[in-house]
Design a protein around this ligand. Structure first.
Ligand code: FES
Ligand code: FES
Length: 151
């Protein structure tokens, strides 16, 4: 089936099969490999994207369900070649090790800061509870979120 959707502000079309996930369509059909596929079961958050402004796991959404809707991926956060402040903060604080969790954490953090410009540590913990990281121990990730919030 052919779907049309808006991805990172651009109208896009893709041929997908009925059971295909939005994550697969983004990565394999639309050339956007930023969203990562770590579990494909809604457990890790590495595939986090915004669907009509709501944070979702792209592995749990059918591509067909996104037809006619608006998706923002980690690639869509940078603006005119400038990194988003959350991307910049993750880079500056050393919150990236293997990087597999990073795109999802950045999208989730950008979503948090849109809703809450100055989150407490508990609010950060709650907002990022769906995003697992095996490398950093989360301390640097918290530093990155605090730095992005300050800015
Ligand atoms: S790949 Fe979607 S939650 Fe893990
Ligand atoms: S940096 Fe490796 S899983 Fe988070």
């Amino acid at each position: 089936m052919r779907i049309e959707l808006t991805v990172n502000g651009e109208r896009r079309e893709a041929d997908v099969w009925e059971g295909e996930s939005l994550l697969f369509a983004l990565r394999e059909r639309l050339g956007l490999p930023g969203s990562k596929n770590a579990c494909e079961q809604g457990e890790c958050g590495s595939c986090s994207v915004l669907l009509d402004g709501k944070l979702v796991c792209a592995c749990l959404v059918l591509a067909a369900q996104a037809a006619g809707h608006e998706v923002v991926t980690v690639e869509g956060l940078a603006h005119e070649g400038e990194l988003h402040r959350v991307q910049q903060a993750f880079s500056e604080t050393g919150a990236v090790q293997c990087g597999f969790c990073t795109p999802g954490l950045i999208v989730a953090t950008a979503d948090l800061l849109e809703r809450n410009a100055s989150p407490s540590d508990d609010e950060i913990r709650e907002a990022l509870s769906g995003n697992l990281c095996r490398c950093t121990g989360y301390a640097k990730i918290f530093d990155a979120v605090r730095l992005a919030a300050e800015r």
